[in-house]
Design a protein around this ligand. Structure first.
Ligand SMILES: Cc1cc2nc3c(=O)[nH]c(=O)nc-3n(C[C@H](O)[C@H](O)[C@H](O)COP(=O)(O)O)c2cc1C
Length: 175
């Protein structure tokens, strides 16, 4: 597991070829095995988006939202798996975003195992939330918000073992 985690990195170049149904099934199995606060599974929805039309509209809209129509925030990936969550303004807001992140990271790790390209997408979700005509297509419950996603596709890039500095994130200890 640690080897897979150290190999994981964001892949942002895709051949355009989709992942196979078998690969998708394993990635979704990884998603379903994520830890979810208080087991509130029904506060989340996982949406597999394969529609070329949706991907193009989302990518274009997000590029424009960020002020650069030449930018491709979805990197030409053939698909995205979007994780939507019920959010709240209360003290448990951290739980709901975290649930979604746990699902996405589980899928990202399985993508490494399978050797398929994957990248977390959070920035473009801000843009998606401004595109009601696309959000509507997701068919998610009215109380849920698209939080994050994982673009996926075949890539020519390889996941290689990486040296991860032990102090990349500050670690402190209270004894
Ligand atoms: C919460 C979160 C949000 C992220 N959002 C994006 C994003 O919108 N677009 C993107 O290209 N990468 C995104 N990433 C990937 C990070 O940029 C990436 O993990 C970081 O640069 C470290 O590189 P690595 O994944 O190759 O180790 C996100 C990662 C996380 C955990």
């Amino acid at each position: 597991m640690l080897e897979t985690m150290c190999k994981r990195r964001s892949i942002r170049s895709f051949t355009g070829e989709p992942i196979t149904d078998e690969e998708l099934a394993l990635i979704l199995k990884a998603a379903q095995s994520a830890p979810i606060g208080r087991k509130e599974y029904d506060t989340l929805t996982i949406t597999v988006v394969k529609s070329k039309e949706f991907m193009e509209a989302f990518d274009k809209g997000a590029g424009e939202f960020f002020g650069d129509p030449n930018k491709h925030p979805l990197y030409g990936a053939p698909m995205i798996i979007i994780v939507s969550s019920a959010l709240c303004d209360g003290p448990r807001i951290n739980t709901y975003y975290s649930n979604a992140a746990c699902v996405v990271e589980n899928m990202a790790l399985e993508a490494v195992e399978l050797g398929v390209g994957a990248c977390h997408i959070w920035g473009a979700m801000i843009a998606l939330r401004q595109m009601p005509q696309l959000v509507e297509k997701l068919g998610i419950p009215a109380d849920q918000t698209p939080c994050c996603g994982l673009v996926l596709g075949k890539t020519t890039e390889k996941y290689e073992p990486r040296e991860i500095p032990a102090d990349r994130i500050k670690v402190t200890c209270v004894e």
